[in-house]
Each structure stands twice: as structure tokens, then as C-alpha cells.
Unconditional design. Structure first.
Length: 347
């Protein structure tokens, strides 16, 4: 069994042997060592597109080219550079592979479908699903495809198409959606304010004895959406069901409920919910404290709001611009302009 030091030495050897010359077009003396180096770099990730592009070109220059698996690994690593929008580049590289006789596999087609969805061309992504079926891949292996396409429809504000595709996957093809698939759908429905359909999807998950059950993220997403639409009573019912299912609420769940109650003027219930939050060891975060400070300031209770600041700091939380803005508003509303100026200086 190799020690951590021997592994570190191997990594250094790879880095020393290849990193100093990946920009040049010299021949590669040890192709196997080079492929290990590429895999290692894919695990580390990249900071720019030029480095993986050079690695791709060197892989293509080998006499015995790597399998599609290693190319998938490299191109998937490139996709993690979302800020650089590499999707068109990845599509172009796959086209180059295809023309060179390296055929895409199921993983390749999933990556391509994701790229097209990110570019707003879900129809092109959809075509790869048909291609995978024609190539004989079983329906069960296409779950990633369905999740990718559903997410593409959601991201491109085509919720009806996403719902139809989910129905096709579940009802007609018998594919059991994953928690990621359901989470994508619930998030999309809540984003458009379709809480009724999102709740129907939740009930569908709970009623299926063999399917995956909703998790904390799905419940919290729904509770937050209901509270934002002033449906706090419905959110509390869902909150109760969640706890009955043995799912422990977190700080985001409690914060959504407290915000919803405060927006409806239900301050007593908000205080009770805060007490439950503390007792359950779900420590309030900056957002929670900022909401409480804002609530006190709007009630003209600025001194009580200011008293919350040392509690925050004692818990290791630093007030942010939202916190200070709420206090500034409170001071100005009460005509305490000197204290408002002092607070600005402190900020």
C-alpha cells in the first residue's frame, strides 16, 4: 500500500514531467504516464480553457488515442468552468472526436445534451435522447438524460414541457426519477409560483411506496415559496408533515417561516418559531437576526433592535449591509439622526 508521501512524489513526477512542456508540440515519451497526468489534472480542476485544450490536442496527437472515457473526463472537467461558458467549445471538441472516428458513448451524449440545454437549445439536447435509445441503451440508464433535459426546460422557462417529459419518463417508460429530478422540478415550479403543482408532485413522491421520498431541500423549497406567497398556514402544515416524516428543519426552513410570519404581522408566532429554532440547535444566521432587527425597527423598538447586535457578535456572526440598513432605517424613522450618522461611521 502506497504512503501519502509516495503518492505526493508520483504527483510531483507527473507535474514535473508534463507541466513544463504541455504548451509545446513535442512527442510524448510515455503515453500511459501522460494519460495518468491528464486524469490527475481533471481531478484537480482547471482555471482556464487553454490548458485543457492543449491537453486535448496532445491526446489527439497520440499514436494510440485514449478511449472516449478519458475524453469525457477531460471535457466534463472543462464544463465545471461555468463562468467561462465553455459549452460551445465542448460541443466543437466532441464534433472533432466524432470526425476522427472516436464515437461518443452515453456519457458523452449526456454531456452534449447538457451543453445544448445551457445554450438554450433543449431541442438539440432532446435529439441525443432519441439517439441513445436507437443505440440500444436501456431506459433505466437514461435517467441522467431525463434529469438534464428537465433541468434544461426549467432553466429556459418551459415548465409545461418539463412536466410533460417527467410524465413520459414515469408513466410511459417506467423510469423512477431520482431526488435530483424531483428537486429540479419542485424548484422550477416554485420559481414560477406554481405552488399547487409543486405540492401535487410532493404528494406523488410520498404516495409512491417504491420511489424516493422528499428530502429537506424539497420541503424547504416549498415552504419558502408558500411563505413568499403569504400562504403561511399552508407552509406550517407542510412543516408539521416534514417533522412527522422525521426530517429535521434547518436554519433555512425556520428563517423562511419566520420571514413569512413577520410579513403577515404574526409577530407572536414568529417569536415562538425563533424559540423552537434555538431549542432545536438550528442556530440563527445573519439573515435571521437581520429580520428580527428589521421587525423591531419597524415597530419603533430601536433599542431592542440594537440589543440584538451583541448577541449576533457573541455567536460569531458579523452584521452585514442588510443588518445595518435596517438599523439606519429605524434610527431615521425615530428621528435619531445623530445615532444614524454614528452608525454610518461605524460601517
Amino acid at each position: 500500500m502506497s504512503s501519502p508521501f509516495s503518492r505526493l512524489g508520483f504527483q510531483f513526477q507527473l507535474h514535473f514531467q508534463f507541466n513544463s512542456r504541455y504548451f509545446c508540440n513535442s512527442s510524448i515519451d510515455d503515453p500511459l504516464m501522460f494519460i495518468k497526468y491528464v486524469r490527475y489534472q481533471c481531478e484537480l480542476g482547471f482555471n482556464n480553457l487553454q490548458f485543457p485544450l492543449n491537453l486535448f490536442n496532445q491526446m489527439m496527437s497520440l499514436v494510440h488515442r485514449p478511449s472516449i472515457v478519458d475524453f469525457n473526463r477531460l471535457l466534463a472537467a472543462m464544463l465545471r468552468l461555468k463562468r467561462l461558458q465553455p459549452h460551445s467549445t465542448v460541443i466543437s471538441l466532441y464534433s472533432h472526436l466524432d470526425l476522427s472516428g472516436i464515437r461518443p458513448d452515453l456519457h458523452s451524449m449526456c454531456i452534449l445534451a447538457n451543453c445544448y440545454c445551457r445554450l438554450g437549445r433543449v431541442d438539440f439536447g432532446y435529439s441525443f435522447l432519441g439517439k441513445s435509445l436507437k443505440l440500444g441503451y436501456p431506459f433505466e440508464s437514461n435517467l441522467v438524460f431525463f434529469t438534464t433535459l428537465i433541468n434544461g426546460f426549467v432553466q429556459n422557462d418551459r415548465l409545461p414541457d418539463a412536466v410533460k417529459l417527467l410524465d413520459v419518463a414515469v408513466v410511459k417508460l417506467g423510469i423512477q426519477p431520482s431526488i435530483v429530478t424531483y428537486g429540479t422540478m419542485v424548484k422550477g415550479l416554485c420559481r414560477t409560483g406554481d405552488n399547487e403543482r409543486a405540492l401535487h408532485l410532493l404528494r406523488q413522491m410520498n404516495s409512491d411506496p417504491e420511489g424516493c421520498k422528499p428530502n429537506l431541500i424539497i420541503y424547504t423549497t416549498l415552504i419558502d415559496s408558500l411563505c413568499k406567497h403569504k400562504l403561511v398556514t399552508e407552509a406550517l402544515k407542510l412543516f408539521s408533515i416534514m417533522k412527522t416524516e422525521g426530517i429535521k428543519p434547518d436554519v433555512f426552513t425556520y428563517t423562511s417561516l419566520i420571514r413569512g410570519m413577520l410579513n403577515l404581522g404574526r409577530k407572536g408566532e414568529a417569536s415562538e418559531m425563533l424559540g423552537e429554532m434555538v431549542q432545536s440547535n438550528a442556530a440563527p444566521d445573519v439573515t435571521t437576526y437581520s429580520m428580527l432587527i428589521d421587525m423591531h425597527c419597524k415597530e419603533g423598538m430601536v433599542d431592542e433592535a440594537v440589543a440584538i447586535l451583541p448577541i449576533m457578535i457573541k455567536r460569531g456572526l458579523s452584521p452585514d449591509v442588510v443588518t445595518y440598513s435596517a438599523l439606519l432605517d429605524g434610527y431615521c424613522s425615530c428621528g435619531q439622526m445623530d445615532k444614524a450618522r454614528d452608525l454610518m461611521d461605524l460601517m
